[in-house]
Ligand binder design. Sequence first.
Ligand SMILES: Nc1ncnc2c1ncn2[C@@H]1O[C@H](COP(=O)(O)OP(=O)(O)O)[C@@H](O)[C@H]1O
Ligand SMILES: [Mg+2]
Length: 330
Amino acid sequence: MFKAIRKLRESGVIGINERNINYVNPNNPRKLLRLVDDKLETKRVAQAAMIPTPELFGVVRDARDMKNLPNLLTRDDGFVIKPAQGSQGKGIIVVDSPLRGGWRMASGRRIAMDVIRFQINNILSGMYSLGGQPDVAMIEYRVKFDDVFGKVSFKGVPDIRVIVMRGIPVFAMLRLPTAESDGKANLHRGGVGVGVDIATGLTQRAMQHDKLIELHPDTAHPLENVQAPYWDDILMMAARSYDVTGLGYIGVDIVLDRDRGPLLLELNGRPGISIQIANRRGMRYVLQEAEKISAEKHPAAKRIEIAKELARAAPKNGAVKVDDDPSAGG
Ligand SMILES: Nc1ncnc2c1ncn2[C@@H]1O[C@H](COP(=O)(O)OP(=O)(O)O)[C@@H](O)[C@H]1O
Ligand SMILES: [Mg+2]
């Protein structure tokens, strides 16, 4: 066990402690983390910078808003209810369409109005928020996934996670919902993570529950060599998320909408480290290089060129066969 961890460390895989001490703490001042720990705040700063996000239909803050709830849930093409301060997909309901006396969820199961009310009350009480403080429930547009990923996905919207070091995108992964994850792509919910090459936007190796896999567990579709569309737009949104928040080490979550293209879903100030397993590669080399280069303060377009160059150079310096779990997931 210890030998395995040491081996991983030597080969460039970072663990949770290293992430916190070397990357999160020095790059993400507590004051700025507020911008990303609350999804309403993130939407606000993104919109101000013309970064597109899923449309907000409404917010439920108290009993009075709760009375008005039926007026917010009128869309035939569904909606998503989520805690503004949630994480790891907890407390999120993805609703596909109305169904007599209720709605159909992404999983196909039915959900009734009183269950939705109950769930929103749980959100307001802080059941899903960091530290358990009272929270608010957001109701937003349900993203309609792009067909490219439709073939490899299952009942829900895939998202693309990009790790951005001081404005330079360094690592990426495509996350796919599964039957188990009920419309959410989060790895903790049983979603599949697929490494994506920053230089090309092509998918590489895949994993579920921190184990390597080759086929989607529900669709049996091969997961390697799928081209992520709008790749340069995705990198640009990721790079600009640094400029609009000032946070030096973030995980940027982007979804592709069939009609609206790439949309920013959320930003994470403490992004997980499992992305290294999906990529079968450690992040330390690219993180350190990006950190050095960032001193030159390049504009976003230039940072994307740099990101691609780094990705092309990295395998020689950071390649590793990851057979063992790193010390912690994320
Ligand atoms: N508006 C939406 N439309 C469709 N699916 C969504 C939407 N918002 C979230 N999801 C699904 O739920 C997952 C988690 O949502 P996210 O906003 O990233 O919250 P969390 O902080 O809990 O990860 C996403 O990866 C996606 O699969
Ligand atoms: Mg997320």
